[in-house]
Structure formats: structure tokens, C-alpha cells
Design a protein around this ligand. Structure first.
Ligand code: LLP
Length: 414
């Protein structure tokens, strides 16, 4: 994806310096080829056990990115009416949309019923009642899947562990069984699947296999009761390598999952986000000034925690590279920080780099949970997003302007 030509860093065939000149910084830059390559890697890994890949829109919801994936035949995992509207606008097939989330609003459920989505991943008995009564009132039959909470430790950051019994997500197994019985009797509902999502940035296969086994066992129990399902959805994808993590390969993952599913007739659904877009995007930022405090070197860049929240929120590690690094220049250890008024506003710590004021820096692996988690904190307009395809580049979201910050606000009449 990257290459250095005449000491200039390129993404596909476009120089990052040129992109900074044209579009300014900070900007999120994505490689279309890498997104497609990642999508096809998952699809091909499952070629003997066809899988429906429902891209998790929360990881990157830019319309053009959704469009790239829709054109590859991807389905989508959504968690809001906003994400539904984005997928439809981008040309996604509603019959391949699964609607997850612990608190779906009435209007969101109605929009999804109208769009005729593949299914609602139901997370509580209250939600089941809400969907059923809306169907009764408006004359729909809702396709539903139950999101089971399998009480499995995914061994990831606690903020993104979702399948432990104390987490807010999913339905305990015994209650899921009761709800299946209720839903089976309810003419407003059609049970089509079971699902789970135990967490994100999971690097080992064991937690996925344990969760899948629980779903397979449940499918067996339900089928004895005459409830036959058409799919099993095991949630998000595997993690990516940010630093030196050893991450299971999709081929191995697919083989083991397919082996476990060999006696089931249900279709497998996956909801990967990070593994499709994570390493396909970077945040391009410029060093504004260098300063020294308490023996530490600080490089203050023009991106901040409002652009990339992950380091501040999860203490996550993103590789940082200087775009025009000269191997002969002296390197020093740098804290890469933004201009926001919080000590938690850092993008990287303790990085050995040769940096000068005005240099460009790329923060890697920001394609997932990057722009979509950005905010206007400190009244900072949000960054631009650029899509690179071979030697072409396209602005897929304009940089916000200062006037965009308050165009929805009103002054009190004087
Ligand atoms: N399906 C459901 C129901 C989810 O909640 C998620 C992610 C996914 C699929 C996609 O998981 P993935 O394939 O991306 O691991 N902001 C955090 C990640 C939060 C993930 C939330 N759920 C981060 O920056 O690491």
C-alpha cells in the first residue's frame, strides 16, 4: 500500500505530500484497493462455506466507502437509523442489512421495516415487544434474530468487550430460549437467526469458537422444537496488527469456523468492520511546532484527540511515520500531541523520529473508528476525508469550515 519514491511516501501511486498540498491537513486518507483486498480476503477465505459479509458501518460510515463495499456485494451491519440512511444512499442492498444495537428507537425500527432489511438483531424482551407492537400497528412482519450473550471473555480492551454476562449487550441463553418460544407464537415476527458479538480487536480464535458452539447448540435445541433458522451470525471480525500483536489469519479462522459448522445448514453471517477498513486508512497531519517540557520532546501537530480519539480513550497504539524522513537526520524521542487543552490529548508517545516544524506525519491504521469517532471538541472543524485509487484521488468529505460549527445554533433574541 505504501511506497517511498524519491524519499516521498506514497499511498497507492499518490504522494502524501501532494495530497497535503491539495487538501490540507489534518486529513484521513484511504486506499480503495486495500479496502477491496481486505474484503476479498475474508470472502475468499470462506469460499467453501459461503458467508454473508455485513460490513459494520460504525467502523467507517463515509458514503463513498460504503459504496465501494456495496459494489463488491457486501451487506451491512447497522446500529441506527442514520446508518440505515447512509447504506441506502450508498446503494447498499437492504436485504443484506442486519440491524444491531441495544436501544433501537421506534422511528428507526419503522424505517428498517419499510426498507425490508434482512433482520433485527434483538437484544431484550422489551425490544421484542416494541418491534412486535409496531408490526401490529403498521402491518409488517419483522424478521428477527436473537443476540445471545454467551458470557465469554474475548480478551480485549474492557471498553470493547461485549459478550460478558455483566455487559449491557445481548440476552442470556436461558432467556433467549424463552423469547424464541414467545416469538415463534407471534404472527408479527419471523425468527430467522441467532447472533452474538463478543467484542472487537480480538486476536485469537478461541473466543469466537466458544461463542459459535453456544449458538450451534441453541440452533439444535430450537430445531427440535420445530423452530428452524436460516442463519448464524457471529458478529464482528478479527482484530488487526497495530503494533506487534500476533493476529489469527482469515484462512485459519475460516477453516476452523467452517469445521465447527459442518453439520449445520444455516448460512454464516459476519459483521467485520476494523479488519476491512482499519489498515486501509491513515491520518495525515502536519507538525505545527516543537517544544521541550520537563525533559520531554513534544511535537504539536494539527490533528488532535477530536480527530482521532482512540489513543486518549483506549491508550491505543498507532504507528507514526514521518513522510520525508531523512535517514541521516538525528532522531529523538517524541510525544505526538494535539493542540487541545487536555493532557489526554495525545496521538502517540515515545516515538523515535526525525522531526522538524512543518513536517508531515502519517498516523497509520486509522481507517476504522477514526473519522467516525471524531468530534468538534474545542470548536475544531472536522478533518477532510480523501479516497485514493491507484493514481487518482477524490475528496469524499470536505473539510468542515468554522461556519459549519454553529450553523445549527441560534442566538437568543436581544
Ligand atoms: N457488530 C457489532 C454488533 C458491533 O458492536 C461491532 C463493533 C462490530 C460488529 C464490528 O466489530 P469489528 O469487526 O470492527 O471488531 N471504537 C472501538 C471499537 C468499538 C467496536 C464496537 N462494536 C475502537 O476504536 O477500537
Amino acid at each position: 500500500m505504501f511506497s517511498r519514491k524519491a524519499k516521498r511516501l506514497h499511498l497507492e501511486n499518490v504522494s502524501l505530500e501532494k495530497l497535503a498540498e491539495i487538501y490540507g491537513t489534518p486529513s484521513f486518507i484511504y486506499s480503495e484497493s486495500k479496502i477491496i483486498e481486505n474484503f476479498l480476503e475474508i470472502k475468499n477465505a470462506f469460499s467453501s462455506n459461503p458467508v454473508e459479509i455485513c460490513f459494520s458501518v460504525k467502523s467507517n460510515s463515509n458514503l463513498a466507502i460504503l459504496q465501494v463495499l456495496a459494489n463488491q456485494g457486501a451487506g451491512f451491519d447497522i446500529v441506527s437509523g442514520g446508518e440505515l440512511a447512509r447504506v441506502l444512499k450508498a446503494g447498499g442492498d437492504p436485504k443484506k442489512i442486519v440491524f444491531s444495537g441495544v436501544g433501537k428507537q421506534k422511528w428507526e425500527i419503522l424505517e428498517a421495516l419499510k426498507a425490508n432489511i434482512l433482520c433485527f438483531n434483538v437484544e431484550s424482551s422489551s425490544e421484542l415487544k416494541k418491534i412486535s407492537s409496531l408490526c401490529q400497528e403498521y402491518g409488517y412482519i419483522a424478521p428477527i434474530s436473537f443476540r445471545v450473550n454467551p458470557d465469554i471473555d474475548p480478551k480485549t480492551h474492557p471498553y470493547i468487550s461485549t459478550g460478558l454476562k455483566e455487559n449491557k449487550f445481548g440476552i442470556p441463553i436461558n432467556i433467549a430460549m424463552e423469547l424464541c418460544n414467545d416469538a415463534h407464537q407471534d404472527s408479527n415476527l419471523r425468527i430467522v437467526g441467532l447472533d452474538c458479538h463478543i467484542g472487537s480487536q480480538i486476536t485469537e480464535i478461541e473466543p469466537f469458537l466458544s461463542a459459535l458452539q453456544i449458538l450451534i447448540d441453541l440452533v439444535g435445541v430450537l430445531s427440535k422444537k420445530g423452530i428452524t433458522l436460516s442463519h448464524i451470525d457471529i458478529g464482528g471480525g478479527i482484530g488487526i496488527r497495530y503494533k506487534n500483536e500476533s493476529v489469527i489469519k482469515w484462512n485459519t479462522f475460516a477453516k476452523k469456523i467452517s469445521t465447527l459448522m459442518r453439520n449445520t445448514s444455516q448460512q454464516l453471517i459476519l459483521e467485520p468492520g476494523r479488519s476491512i477498513v482499519g489498515d486501509a486508512g491513515l491520518l495525515l497531519t502536519r507538525v505545527d511546532l516543537l517544544k521541550k517540557n520537563g525533559g520531554k520532546n513534544f511535537a504539536v501537530v494539527d490533528a488532535a484527540m477530536n480527530d482521532l480519539l482512540r489513543p486518549a480513550l483506549y491508550q491505543s497504539w498507532h504507528e507514526v511515520i514521518a513522510i520525508r524522513e531523512d535517514e541521516n537526520e538525528n532522531k529523538a524521542e517524541w510525544e505526538i500531541v494535539g493542540p487541545i487543552c487536555e493532557t489526554g490529548d495525545f496521538l502517540a508517545k515515545g516515538r523515535l523520529l526525525a522531526l522538524n516544524e512543518g513536517d508531515l506525519v502519517a498516523i497509520l491504521d486509522c481507517g476504522a473508528y477514526g473519522f467516525c469517532m471524531s468530534s468538534n471538541y474545542n470548536s475544531r472543524p472536522r478533518a477532510a476525508e480523501i479516497l485514493v485509487t491507484k493514481n487518482k484521488h477524490l475528496c469524499i468529505r470536505k473539510r468542515e469550515q468554522v461556519s459549519d460549527l454553529f450553523h445549527l445554533e441560534t442566538l437568543k433574541p436581544s
